[in-house]
Design a protein around this ligand. Structure first.
Ligand code: NAD
Length: 453
């Protein structure tokens, strides 16, 4: 498999893809190793993860360089991802004992009852490339702490990062057969679906997630899906327009818009619409496009070349239906998979840019007359990952947040994930939760003990 640098289109490395046979062998090895791993005291399993965190930080220059080379995110964002990933992982180190301890439900009387949390067994983690460390950590860290073995398939677009992660986990003391990396793309993923695993945890697109859920359904094992989004942001008429425009630009364009919880559409109250659009364009123009290794570069290349066609199609569809193109709108004229940051106004929900996940540096801004119209448009989507509202009035924000059908709601912030809160999508954005105590318990199964003695 060829690993290509999306900023230069140059070959970084050739790596050996896993075959059906090697995946089967890895499965058999993990199946054997898992039982012994589950017997390792919880404190020792957690200590391995604490060591992994140290190793990730100690080697962050090399890990960030590989991440930037293969996905094209600016180097400071790659370093930020490593720090963020270690922060999440540390949350699991600090909190897993509390949430995995046995719980006494009944301690008096003739029959006592307790709940014990047992691992699921061998699970698959089929992962995405946009934040390969963060989204991986959501799954394999609590899974390993919970006593599971993991067959981890990083995205074919972030294989080097996947290999670095595996290397650091092994160095930290996780046995090789407890954490196995499966290298490859769709075919390797399909091979995992053919195996009799004890759980499937997937991060990626709605299309693949739905397919995986259907394929795994007959196995009657847990399936967790962290999928795409079309996150709305609503700007009320009582805000500091310049500051909110800066938040909107960051939310829409950080990581080149390739974030599951990127701001993907903006609704602005008519009273501040013109001022907001002006401030947004002014702010957007300050973003520097460049090689991801260049100082100050904020806009790097798209990770996958095919996404440029999706974005160009959204621009063509929107402008044909009456949208105004205020910025960008096409692939940049330079080597690499660069697309100009793009802003469209006069948009409607008849346009793909307001309905389909863009996953790139493109945003539609729509004028609304009041909160009711904003809410109606915000929830007009099959997705339900996150929604944000910007206003100086807390009760107004709370009324609007209560109307959202999304796993996360933000007041005066956006595009953020915290390890202490559950991360979950509704509708086409996914199934189940990671992070928080929900994300610790997602990788274990409760056993109820009824004890008479
Ligand atoms: P993708 O669906 O194309 O691929 C995801 C993974 O699935 C990859 O590892 C891929 O090799 C594998 N895969 C592809 N076809 C398969 C098949 N038939 N069987 C088994 N495995 C298969 O998604 P992507 O492009 O890697 O990621 C981008 C998507 O992920 C976006 O929609 C984004 O919003 C979403 N995402 C969601 C979250 C979240 O937390 N909700 C986080 C990150 C990314």
């Amino acid at each position: 498999m060829k690993i290509i640098n999306p900023a230069t289109e140059e070959l970084i490395k050739d790596v050996q893809e896993d075959s059906q046979t090697s995946i089967q062998q890895k499965f058999e090895a993990t199946k054997k190793a898992q039982k012994a791993w589950a017997q390792v005291p919880l404190k020792e399993r957690i200590a391995c993860i604490a060591k992994f965190n140290e190793l990730m930080l100690a080697n962050s220059d090399k890990i960030a360089a590989d991440l930037t080379a293969e996905v094209g995110k600016p180097l400071d964002q790659a370093k930020g991802e490593i720090n963020g990933g270690v922060g999440r992982s540390q949350y699991f180190v600090d909190n897993s004992e509390k949430y995995l301890a046995e719980e006494w439900a009944v301690t008096e009387g003739g029959t006592k009852e307790k709940i014990v949390y047992e691992p699921l067994g061998v699970i698959a983690n089929i992962s995405a490339w946009n934040y390969p460390i963060l989204v991986g950590v959501n799954v394999f860290i609590p899974a390993l702490i919970g006593g599971n073995a993991v067959l981890y398939k990083p995205s074919e677009f972030s294989t080097l990062t996947g290999l670095n992660i595996a290397d650091k986990l092994w160095e930290a003391g996780i046995p090789k057969d407890v954490f196995q990396i499966v290298v490859g793309g769709k075919d390797a993923g399909e091979a995992l679906l053919d195996l009799p695993l004890d759980g499937y945890f997937f991060t990626g697109s709605y299309r693949t997630g739905k397919y995986i859920a259907e394929r795994a359904a007959g196995k009657l094992v847990p399936v967790g899906l962290e999928l795409g989004g079309k996150d709305p942001m609503y700007v009320c008429d009582d805000v500091d327009v310049k500051a909110v425009a800066a938040s909107g630009v960051e939310g829409a364009f950080y990581n080149n818009g390739q974030s599951c919880c990127a701001v993907e559409r903006i609704y602005v109250h008519e009273k501040v619409y013109d001022a907001f659009v002006d401030a947004f364009i002014e702010e957007a123009k300050t973003m520097k496009m460049g090689l991801p290794t260049e100082d100050g570069a904020f806009i790097g290349p798209l990770t996958r070349p095919q996404q440029a066609d999706v974005l160009a199609d959204q621009v063509a569809d929107a402008t044909a239906k009456g949208a105004t193109l205020l910025l960008g709108g096409k692939a940049a004229e330079r080597p690499g998979y660069y697309f100009e940051p793009t802003v469209l106004t006069d948009v409607t929900h008849e346009m793909k840019v307001m309905m389909d996940e863009s996953f790139g540096p493109i945003i539609g801004i729509q004028k609304v007359k009041d909160d009711a119209e904003a809410v109606e448009l915000m929830i007009d989507t099959p997705y339900g990952l996150a929604s944000s509202v910007f206003t100086n009035d807390q009760s107004r924000a709370e009324r609007i947040m209560a109307e959202m059908n999304s796993g996360t709601v933000y007041w005066n912030c956006c595009d953020r994930v915290s390890p202490t809160s559950p991360w979950s999508g509704r509708g086409h954005s996914g199934l189940g939760s990671t992070l928080s105590h929900h994300g610790i318990r997602a990788f274990v199964q409760p056993k109820a003990y009824h004890l008479r003695g």
